[in-house]
Ligand binder design. Structure first.
Ligand SMILES: [Zn+2]
Length: 171
């Protein structure tokens, strides 16, 4: 069996839940102190989902730009009880950032729905949609019925179907 290697030439190993959790939560932008239980569970579900490949989980931790410079991924999941917060951006990294925002409202939804939303946003990242110049990223200024037919959304839903998250309906 051939060992898969990353673009850096290192063997691709699926990050453990512990190290993936550190990667997502240690930025300081994810409230993991118990106020976002469903969101945390959805991150864990994605990390351990056997239909998501080792390479896909690993790729989220090794994002890079066109020049192969590393990019930091920030998952912003604020405490629902906070009215507002100020945080130093430099604390995260001096590298360019990709940001996923996960609304506190998620905690009011069914777990399966939260799992799907988290996987949806991870899919956008894996497909390179965090890059400002990505061709599929050009979204017109308003959303309509055709939103799900945008190239970026179609590509995301193909991945979600492969991962077993698709149930029909957007998000
Ligand atoms: Zn989307």
């Amino acid at each position: 069996m051939r060992k898969k290697v990353s673009s850096f030439g290192y063997p691709i190993e699926r990050p453990s839940w512990a190290s993936f959790a550190d990667y997502i939560f240690d930025s300081g932008w994810f409230d993991d102190s118990g106020n976002r239980p469903k969101t945390v569970a959805a991150i864990r579900h994605f990390c351990l989902n056997p239909k998501v490949t080792d390479e896909e989980v690993n790729a989220l931790t090794e994002l890079e730009d066109e020049n192969h410079d590393r990019i930091s991924l920030v998952v912003f999941a604020p405490d629902p009880n906070q009215r507002g917060e100020t945080m130093p951006l430099v604390r995260v990294s001096k590298r360019p950032l990709g940001i996923i925002y996960l609304s506190p409202e998620l905690e009011r939804y069914a777990q399966s729905s939260v799992n799907r939303t988290v996987a949806h946003e991870f899919a956008h990242v894996l497909l390179g949609h965090y890059k400002p110049e990505h061709p599929d990223k050009k979204v017109p200024g308003f959303k309509g019925e055709w939103y799900r037919d945008l190239p970026a959304e179609k590509a995301v839903h193909e991945l979600l179907a492969k991962w077993g998250y698709e149930k029909g309906g957007h998000r």
